[in-house]
Design a protein around this ligand. Structure first.
Ligand code: HEC
Length: 165
């Protein structure tokens, strides 16, 4: 009985720290696009002055600046060809599958948004496919992604935050 409770706790913990969709094996075929963040080119460290940026960008820097000394570093935004139309139009109508990636190039990590029945699922993978989702509150848990990506309704449309520049 006791053992069963512990096993359940371990399983539930693992569930909460796991990515919500599978690794997009074909991510290298996604096209890089120009957005506000892609134009800046990197996520800075915690001492950067980001006071002129929109609040969602300030929160993004605050969430990730301490991940590594000096900040997460170089980034690019990748969009799957199947999602190019929805991404460009910002109409929130995404096809099933992995659609958009925030590629943390220096960290070799992929933040992946995947859609199922037009609902966004969030995942974190290393470039070579290891699930790198973290605990809730670490910034690397799907719940953390969802909180920010749905918390700025004036900014993000059905999971998509940026637009093309
Ligand atoms: C505190 C806010 C915040 C959190 C937390 C956050 N994001 Fe984002 N995300 C953003 C912003 C802002 C952009 C737009 C950046 C740009 O200008 O391209 C973005 C962009 C993206 C993109 C590119 C497509 C788009 O929506 O513009 C993906 C994919 C993405 N995030 C996935 C994730 C995943 C997966 C997580 C969790 C591990 C996550 N994000 C956590 C704010 C956040």
């Amino acid at each position: 009985m006791f053992k069963k409770v512990i096993l359940t706790i371990v399983m539930v913990t693992a569930l909460f720290a796991a990515s919500e969709s599978s690794y997009p094996t074909h991510w290298k075929n996604f096209a890089s696009v120009k957005t506000t963040l892609a134009t800046i080119g990197a996520l800075p460290g915690c001492d950067a002055d980001v006071s002129t940026l929109p609040a969602i960008y300030q929160e993004t820097v605050a969430t990730y600046c301490a991940i590594k000394p000096g900040g997460p570093g170089a980034v690019e935004i990748l969009v799957n060809a199947i999602a190019k139309k929805a991404y460009t139009k910002r109409n929130g109508k995404f096809p099933d599958g992995a659609t958009m990636i925030l590629h943390l190039k220096d960290l070799k990590v992929l933040f992946v948004t995947t859609y199922k029945n037009n609902k966004p699922l969030y995942s974190v993978y290393t470039e070579n496919g290891q699930d790198a989702a973290g605990d809730v509150g670490s910034g690397l848990n799907p719940q953390d992604c969802r909180k920010c990506h749905t918390g700025y309704s004036a900014f993000c449309v059905n999971g998509q935050c940026a637009s093309l520049k």
